[in-house]
Design a protein. Sequence first.
Length: 280
Amino acid sequence: MTKTWLITGTSTGFGKSLATFLAQKDDVNLVATARHTDQLDYLDQYDHGKILKATLDVTNRDEIAAVVKATTDKFHGIDVLINNAGLGYFGTFEESDRDAVRYMFDVNVWGLIDMTRAVLPTMRAQKRGIVVNFSSIAGLASFPTLSFYNSSKYAVEGVTEAAAQEVAGLGIKFMLIEPSGFRTDWAGRSSQKTMPKLADYQQFASRIEGSEEGAHHEAGDPDKAAAIIYDQVTNHAADLPLRLPLGQWSTDTAIDKYTKTLANFKTLHDLSASADQPEK
């Protein structure tokens, strides 16, 4: 059965790797989006009548509605939505630029939310569908200079976990992708950076500079990630994980954090429970 995949942010990074991978599959209708479709020329070599390139800025709800309509008009449904479009932001909590942070939230959080809410009516009518939301290891653990990026991804985690429960009986599933460092543009072109000016935060300047210098030298391979995501959605839909960490650093960091968090909760269990009213 041919499935229709709609992917946001396919000009670079994970989105481009996924679109390239899917464009070569006979059982896929691909809708690849970007703010500028001339950045999607790499797909022309695969154009076999099952690819739709569409202009989309996920902060523009009119464009979201237009892409969903174009997709359903051409392919008569949407089986998989990949919410990949996103931005990074590096800066200390106190010195971060509020307008830049707000825009990041408009893309990372509200863009993802609006995109998903636009697609869910189609999936509900079909009584099937999978929504794949790109989070990050930064949605599970927090790091200096990433407080606002962390918070945007924590928001993605929270809204996805709740929405997944609401549609569980409707044939629709959600999956969170939680990558560590991958060779994409995230730490470079796709991230804004505010260098510390206050003397108290100068210790973090090298961390921000290092993120730029390390771009495209990370351990993670986005092409391998694309193959894993396709396999999970295609061959493991029945037992699709809610959370899929990708990269050894991601899974090791998550295990370490939640092991320590669980131990902390157990230590505080009796104290925490004592805050309740006694049972009558």
